[in-house]
Design a protein around this ligand. Structure first.
Ligand code: ZN
Length: 231
């Protein structure tokens, strides 16, 4: 029982970071201030109260709408918050409160922001790729594994980088930079697994929907979740 209660901690952390990831994904491509500006209603610009800003709970209390202007809050927000909360609870069960847990948490938050930005704007902010690199070297460096971020970047980003150079229409430079950064945080094994899962699922998706262009980052996010939880 107490153990189940303890899982509320990573769950809450996941919902809060997902909510911040959503904010990053929304504001970075619009060159908005991502640190100091409090969240506003996208419909009327009204500043949201602390209660309304609570992940998942705020959405449920407001029944999905702004109480002033009736703006319908996209259901993707509470869903992605719930999802990341559950993933964090799973990671906590596997890793406990360790450096590996926080490395995974930072990686998934930044990847979620990049996936949302890619889905909405077809744009991947360089700040997110650079942050992944930074945290990759920081976390691995603190545990004395200096080669892991380099090997990871090659394992996850080497192939996308080669593809982007040979066939820029098939793979964008932004995708390649993000894959390099993702590998730097995940390390070589999880990085390679995330790329493999992303490629297979992305290709299957493109085949099923008969699409030529599929955004890559949402699949890389899914691949990273798979690799971190199951490897
Ligand atoms: Zn409003």
């Amino acid at each position: 029982m107490t153990e189940a209660l303890f899982l509320l901690v990573p769950f809450a952390l996941g919902t809060i970071l997902a909510s911040h990831g959503g904010l990053l994904g929304y504001r970075l491509p619009r060159k908005g201030n991502v640190v100091w500006v409090p969240s506003k209603c996208e419909g009327c610009g009204r500043r949201l109260s602390l209660l309304e800003l609570l992940p998942v709970i705020g959405y449920l209390l407001a029944r999905g709408r702004c109480r002033e202007c009736g703006y319908r809050i996209p259901v993707g927000y509470p869903l992605s918050e719930m999802f990341l909360g559950l993933v964090f609870a799973g990671l906590w069960l596997k890793l406990g409160p360790s450096g590996a847990f926080f490395r995974a948490a930072v990686a998934l938050t930044l990847l979620l922001a990049a996936a949302l930005s890619d889905l909405e704007k077809r744009e991947i902010p360089d700040a997110l790729s650079a942050s992944l690199f930074f945290f990759g070297f920081l976390f691995w460096g603190l545990s004395g594994h200096w080669s892991a971020p380099v090997m990871g970047a090659l394992a996850c980003g080497g192939l996308p980088l080669a593809l982007a150079l040979i066939c820029p229409r098939g793979m964008g430079g932004g995708d390649a930079k993000l894959a390099l950064g993702t590998g730097a945080v995940l390390g070589p094994f999880a990085g390679a697994l995330a790329l493999g899962v992303a490629s297979v699922s992305g290709a299957a998706w493109a085949l099923c929907l008969r699409r030529k262009e599929v955004p890559f980052v949402p699949f890389l996010f899914g691949g990273a979740v798979f690799a971190l939880l199951l490897s």
